[in-house]
Design a protein around this ligand. Sequence first.
Ligand code: GTQ
Ligand code: FE2
Length: 337
Amino acid sequence: MDIVIPTDADIRAAWQAASVSPLWEDAAAHGGGRRGHVAHSWPWSTMEPLVNQALSLASTEVIERRVLSMINPSPRFNGDRAFIGSINAALQILKPGEIARPHRHTMNAIRFVLQGSGASTIVDGKDCPMEPGDLVTTPGWTWHEHVHHGNEPIIWLDALDVPIHALLGTGRFEPGPIKVMPVTTPDAAFAQAGVVPDGVSHASGYSPVFRYPYGAAVAALAAAPTAPDGSRRVRYVDPTHGGPTLAMLDCFMVELDGVDTIPFRSSSSAVCCVVEGTGSTEVGDSTIAWAPKDVFTLTPNSWIRHRSKGRARLFLVTDRDLLRRLDLLTDEYQTSI
Ligand code: GTQ
Ligand code: FE2
């Protein structure tokens, strides 16, 4: 009887036919570890001319969605369009008189206004005016549309949890028109600190407040104690339980007073947007100089240290609460510097 010794090619063909892959070769091909996102900045000095060019485009597709996505220059895999970690980010621009028609999707989103006024995002029927420094959320599966009654273009930062949905296969989109408008509670019902309406059922994974005005964050910062890194920080929360604004997007405002912060590192990722002031931030081996309306990454597991020239405010969108619930959040402050 002949003994047939399979060749390497036969073995590989058999693996492929059976949808099997040898782990020892996969690990070697990936250098033993996964590639990570790099620290990167999208300074306003670079973005402003691009925004202005986008303003002169006039096709209907552009008018419906005048959005410039900011994609990390070091993708982790083919087709990776994330900004950092589990978060996508973009600049969205609306010209006076333009509207972005209603739709909804399972992806959660936040908007943080950089410039312009007189626009609104309407979220499940609630009118959320957009002024510089305001945070507006559009939680997953809420109907939302943008309208602009101002005189100048408005520009805001969008951050979305798209990469999570890409991974889980949970991305869904439904265009308008709106058939049944969900019942909501007015933001005004939550506007008195420490007092919330009783008897209003709110069984969702997101804050019933959709608009967090800049003035509220600034006032809270003025009274906030110093955080362990030397900055002052406030968190945008669901006032009914103190949890994050959205299940997968956890937002903060940081105030710096010209004192270097103590280096901090975390397993969480963040989109960092400069609201006021100038300075620089060390992110691992990179130093990112910043000015208002710059947007940059805070990469996970990198030592982060902020330096400001006088007072500055930074807005952060993070995945902190997502990681905390998965028992993956680690935070560390440098003890000897
Ligand atoms: O404004 O509704 O940046 O649906 C990406 C997807 C913005 C929006 C984005 C969106 C929107
Ligand atoms: Fe949307």
